[in-house]
Design a protein around this ligand. Sequence first.
Ligand code: SAM
Length: 273
Amino acid sequence: MTLTRRDITELLARHGLEPSRALGQNFLADPNTVRRIVRLANIDEHSNVVEIGPGVGSLTTELAATGANVVAVELDRHLLPVLAETVEPLGVRVVHGDALATDWAQVLPAEKQWHLVANLPYNVATTIVLDLLDDVPQIETMLVMVQREVGERLAAKAGDGAYGIPSVKLSLWATASLAARIPATVFIPQPRVESVMVRIERRSAPVVDVDHEALMDLVRTAFGQRRKMLRRSLAAKVTTEQFEAAGIDPSERPERLDVVQWGALTAAVLAGA
Ligand code: SAM
């Protein structure tokens, strides 16, 4: 059973609820879009799926219909009685909690491989994705709906206009690509921004073998002055010899360097070359 616009309006009214803007609540109200997302997710009865922010259960019901094992983490306690009605009878485990403060080792047993499929709360979407890549290795793939600009930043490659700090951080752990555009008309209420689906696949090992904090420190400093050449923005952190040892042209701008080059620069700095 996929929830229609009428079902969602009726559920919200019967439970005395209004979508909360503070919690980024824009509920999917179009069964065709929900089915399209679940097809893109490529899951079946053998899959373990985690959803963050199930809302009233629009996507969750269709995820459960594949036969997958589904765990859904929802922050808004007012939605719990709705989820008890819409998704718990389908075998979905609903966890009341904040995705930014969840003990994931408790919620997602590490011996299984997990797939995140979610229409994320837009204000915290980048943080959720990057934190899960850092801290929850049992999540192998993600198919997430985010605001279009956020999706473009996550999926950007070196040289793209949208390439920035989140793009480099994501590419340490994973590869990302845009999988679909979703029009604002399919939500209740309609968001003011456009949405995209981003597919993220974790690499079998981080792409560079250097201290990630040190790498991200250089990246943040350089992108803090994005228009400047690296020799200027990183003057306090990287010597001419270190640029040379890493094979990086100091007159480049930060958006030109891919994660492997950032790794080489970090290694040269840490080696004190
Ligand atoms: N998946 C539903 C859908 O597509 O209709 C709802 C998506 S809505 C964009 C985001 C959902 O995330 C809301 O249900 C909201 O209450 C929930 N949420 C917001 N912040 C959260 C957090 N920090 N942890 C878990 N859920 C959160």
